[in-house]
Design a protein around this ligand. Structure first.
Ligand SMILES: [Zn+2]
Length: 314
């Protein structure tokens, strides 16, 4: 008898939608509650450089977090259609929040309907500069532009966490997100040193060394990728053991190649993520150099790779 195996479920899970709606409701309630408690505390009205709706984006991130967190917990892949559903639900939630606010004011007694209320509040929106206490006059029809920015910021901000999750390596056969299981750093620069600008010979030599180190790093990476594609775990091991440096060493270099092994906790298949890091300390730029899929047998054959330079230092 064959054991019965559940077919993989690929439809967007209702629990994902439910969790997203819950975080949306909670976030909007907190915004509403804060506005009631603290005078002039309208998070949705925070702008940066007049036009970037940072407040709405932040609220959107909170509102949309449930979609991302539940997808991660349940191992649901974030599809393009799920992203579209999330944007639509967030836009609906924004409209619903306006309606709830209208209802709470009980204006119908005075013959004011929702659309009248929305139009008046939009046109009478004012713009207050941070730290200044004199608001601009009513924005009039321009208020609609800011409504639109607010709506866009809120619903696109909500995609932030789901899109971050979408970028994570995913195991298609086990339907789960992979986990980071190892990191290695290949040098792509010589150690930085002070070279006098008045000494062109030394400057040239330094520059040449830098270029050579960059080329050596990229060559190592190409050899590594070739070995991965040939399923040659021994060569991959020796390239890393002989050349990789530890993170402290890599952080001191102007350029390094960062390698991250992600693997599936269930079937042990993996993905090797490659990036070029340029710059020092907080001024670094990371450029993706691609991803290579690895079979479970290959990941097992790699085992625990301890670069020699790391061992020497510890
Ligand atoms: Zn797997």
């Amino acid at each position: 008898m064959q054991p019965y195996v559940d077919p993989p479920r690929r439809s967007p899970d209702l629990s994902v939608i439910g969790a997203g709606l819950a975080t949306t409701a909670i976030t909007l309630f907190i915004v509403f509650w804060l506005a009631r408690q603290i005078k002039d505390f309208d998070i949705m009205g925070w702008y940066w450089l007049f036009i970037i709706p940072v407040g709405a984006i932040l609220v959107g991130i909170g509102a949309g977090s449930g979609y991302g967190l539940m997808s991660w917990a349940r191992g649901r892949k974030i599809s393009g259609s799920l992203l579209a559903v999330i944007v639509a639900l967030l836009a609906l939630a924004y409209a619903a929040a306006q309606w709830v606010e209208f209802k709470s004011l009980n204006l119908e007694r005075y013959g004011v309907d929702f659309f009248k209320y929305f139009d008046v509040t939009t046109r009478s929106m004012t713009f207050k500069l941070m730290r200044s206490h004199t608001p601009s006059g009513s924005l009039g029809i321009l208020g609609y532009l800011f409504r639109l920015l607010e709506l866009a910021g809120f619903s696109l901000g909500g995609l932030f966490i789901p899109i971050m999750l979408r970028a994570k390596p995913y195991c298609e056969s086990c339907l789960t997100y992979m986990q980071r299981s190892a990191r290695w750093w290949l040098p792509a620069a010589v150690p930085t040193r002070k070279v006098s600008k008045k000494d062109p010979g030394a400057m040239n030599a330094y520059q040449r060394e830098m270029e050579e180190a960059h080329k050596k790093g990229m060559d190592l990476l190409n050899n590594l990728v070739a070995a991965v594609r040939e399923n040659d775990a021994t060569s991959v091991r020796s390239i890393l053991e002989l050349n990789a440096v530890d993170t402290k060493e890599a952080n001191k270099l102007l350029e390094s190649i960062n390698l991250t092994l992600h693997s599936c906790a269930q079937c042990r298949a993996g993905v090797l993520e490659m990036e070029l890091k340029a710059g020092l300390a907080d001024k670094t730029k990371v450029t993706p150099l691609g991803r290579e899929p690895l079979s479970s047998g290959f990941v097992a054959a790699l085992g625990d790779i301890r670069p020699r330079q790391t061992r020497k230092m510890s």
